[in-house]
Design a protein around this ligand. Structure first.
Ligand SMILES: Cc1cc2nc3c(=O)[nH]c(=O)nc-3n(C[C@H](O)[C@H](O)[C@H](O)COP(=O)(O)OP(=O)(O)OC[C@H]3O[C@@H](n4cnc5c(N)ncnc54)[C@H](O)[C@@H]3O)c2cc1C
Length: 447
C-alpha cells in the first residue's frame, strides 16, 4: 500500500494539523509544547510509550531557565539530584579537579539536576499534552509524502497503518534520525568515532564524590568514564572509549564493560563493592551530523540533526534550546512562507554556533594536552572560569568568554607542539577505525 492510499481506502478524511512532530524526547516534547502555546495545532508521534529508558541523565545549569519557562522546573526538582558541578579525576594526575558552577563567568544559575530520563522525558511529554498537543504514543512514523504546502504522514499504531496531514514536519526522532536516514543526509564523524557502554549500580559509596551531587568524569588511557548520582540512590556509570580499544572487544557486552571499568583504577576502587542493577547497554554509531537542519517543509531538531559526544552533558540542553529557537522559526515561517528559508538558515546558524563551542573542546578531550590543561586548571586571566562557563552550557551569550576561549585554544596548541609525539599519537588513535564493535542500542543478553 502506498502512503497516498492510507486513509483514503477507508474513505475517511485525514485529520489535518499545522505541525507534525516525530519523537517525544526533550526536543520533540519542548517544541510541541511551545508551538501549541503559539496557537498551532500540533500532533506528536512517539514510538515508545513513556516512561521509557533513555541514556543522558546529567543536565546543565542553562537547562534550568528553559525548564522554568516550560513550567516544569518544580516537577524536575522533585525527581532530580541537585548537581552543583563536575569533578575530573585522571589516572595520570594525582589531584582531582572540582569545577563548581559558582565559578563560571556568569554563575547564574549555578546548579543543575541529574535525572532519570524515563521520569524527566515523561514530565516534558505530559506537559506538551497538557498544553494542547495531541500526543500519540505507541505510534511509529513510517513514511512521509511531501506535497506543496501540505504533507502526508503515515504511522503505525497497533499494527495498523494510519495517516494524517500536516503543513510542516519537525523531525525530533533522536539518534534514529528518521528523515536524515530517508533523505541520506547523515554522515558519521570519522575523526570522533567512539562508542559508549553503561549501566546502573546501587551502593556506590559517598566518598566517590568530593561534593555530593557532582558528576564524576574519569580520564583513563582509552577514553573517559562517568559516575552520575541519581536521586533514588542509584548511580549511572558509563565508559566512552576510543575506536582502537573498542576493536579489541572479545566476548559479551557485560564482560567487556566490567573489563573496561577495572582499567580505571580510581573509579573501580569506589565501584567494586557496588551492584549492577540494570542491563548493560551500548550506544554505537557515535558522532554524526545531517549537515543541513532544514528543507522544504521540514526541520531537524536535537539528536535528529547532530550528535557530538556526551562528555560535557550538552545533549539535552542543545535539544531543548534548539526547540525554543525552532518553535519561533516554524511559527513565523507558517505565517510568512516567503521568509521560511531565511528563518531556518538563522535557526541553523544559531544551533551550529552552540554546537561548535562545545565540540572544539569535546573533540580534543582525550588529547594529552587537553588533559593537562583540565587537570592543571588555574584561574589565571579567568581561564578556568571560562571553561566552567562552557560546562554550564553558556554557549550562546556574549559574557566575556570570547578572548579567554581564544587564549585557552592558544595554550592548547602550544602544549601540543611542546609534546608533539604524544599528542600526534593520540590523534592517530582516534582515526582509521570505522567499524566499532558496540552496536547502536545493544543490550547485554539480548541478541
Ligand atoms: C552514551 C550517552 C550518554 C549521554 N549522556 C548525556 C548526559 O549526561 N547529558 C545530556 O544532556 N545528554 C546526554 N546524552 C545525549 C542525550 O541523550 C541526547 O542528546 C538527548 O536525548 C536528545 O534529545 P532528543 O529529543 O533529540 O532525542 P531523544 O531523547 O532520543 O528522543 C527521540 C524520540 O523519538 C522517538 N522516535 C524515534 N523514531 C521515531 C519514529 N519513527 N516515530 C515516532 N517516534 C520515534 C524515540 O522513541 C525517542 O523517544 C548522552 C548520549 C549518549 C549516547
Amino acid at each position: 500500500m502506498t502512503i497516498d492510499m492510507i486513509g483514503d481506502m477507508t474513505g475517511e478524511t485525514l485529520k489535518s494539523y499545522d505541525i507534525a512532530v516525530i519523537g517525544g524526547g526533550p526536543a520533540g516534547a519542548t517544541v510541541a509544547a511551545l508551538l501549541t502555546g503559539r496557537g498551532r495545532s500540533v500532533v506528536l508521534f512517539e514510538k515508545t510509550p513513556h516512561p521509557r529508558f533513555h541514556i543522558g541523565e546529567s543536565l546543565l545549569p542553562r537547562n534550568i531557565p528553559i525548564l522554568e519557562r516550560m513550567g516544569v522546573l518544580e516537577q524536575v526538582r522533585a525527581i532530580g539530584m541537585y548537581k552543583p558541578g563536575a569533578e575530573f579525576i585522571s589516572e595520570d594526575h594525582p589531584n582531582r579537579q572540582n569545577f563548581q558552577f559558582t565559578e563560571a563567568l556568569d554563575p547564574n544559575p549555578s546548579y543543575a539536576y541529574q535525572v532519570r530520563r524515563s521520569q524527566f522525558d515523561e514530565i516534558l511529554l505530559r506537559n506538551a499534552a497538557a498544553r494542547g498537543a495531541e500526543v500519540l504514543e505507541n505510534c511509529t512514523v513510517s513514511d512521509i509524502a511531501f506535497g506543496a504546502g501540505e504533507h502526508r504522514i503515515a504511522y503505525e499504531r497497533d499494527g495498523a497503518q494510519q495517516a494524517c496531514r500536516a503543513r510542516f514536519v519537525i523531525d525530533a526522532s533522536g539518534r534514529d534520525g528518521f528523515l536524515a536516514g530517508r533523505l541520506k543526509l547523515r554522515s558519521r564523524n570519522k575523526a570522533h568515532n567512539s562508542a559508549a557502554m553503561f549501566g546502573h549500580f546501587k551502593d556506590v559509596p559517598a566518598r566517590a564524590w568530593t561534593t555530593p551531587g557532582n558528576i564524576g568524569i574519569y580520564l583513563f588511557d582509552h577514553g573517559w568514564m562517568w559516575m552520575i548520582p541519581l536521586a533514588d540512590g542509584t548511580t549511572s556509570v558509563g565508559a566512552v572509549c576510543m575506536p582502537d580499544y573498542l576493536k579489541s572487544r572479545r566476548g559479551t557486552l557485560d564482560e567487556f564493560f566490567f573489563e573496561t571499568l577495572k582499567m580505571c583504577t580510581k573509579l573501580w576502587s569506589d565501584l567494586q563493592s557496588a551492584t549492577l542493577v540494570s542491563p548493560v547497554r551500548g550506544a554505537g554509531n557515535y558522532s554524526y551530523t545531517a549537515g543541513r537542519a532544514f528543507g522544504d517543509g521540514y526541520l531537524l531538531l536535537g539528536d535528529a540533526y547532530v550528535f557530538v559526544d556526551p562528555v560535557f552533558s550538552s545533549g539535552v540542553f542543545i535539544a531543548m534550546s534548539s526547540a525554543e529557537l525552532a518553535a519561533v522559526a516554524v511559527d513565523e515561517a507558517l505565517k510568512r512562507p516567503e521568509r521560511a528559508e531565511s528563518l531556518f538558515r538563522a535557526y541553523q546558524r544559531e544551533v551550529d554556533k552552540g554546537i561548535r563551542r562545545f565540540s572544539w573542546l569535546i573533540y580534543r578531550f582525550n588529547a594529552p594536552a587537553m588533559r593537562k590543561l583540565i587537570m592543571g586548571s588555574r584561574n589565571i586571566f579567568g581561564l578556568r572560569s571560562a571553561v566552567i562557563s562552557l560546562v554550564t552550557g553558556d554557549v550562546y551569550s556574549k559574557n566575556g568568554g570570547g578572548w579567554r576561549h581564544a587564549l585557552f585554544r592558544g595554550l592548547y596548541h602550544a602544549l601540543t607542539i611542546c609534546d608533539y609525539g604524544r599528542n600526534h599519537g593520540w590523534a592517530n588513535r582516534r582515526r582509521g577505525f570505522l567499524a566499532i564493535s558496540v552496536a547502536e542500542d545493544e543490550v547485554a543478553g539480548r541478541s
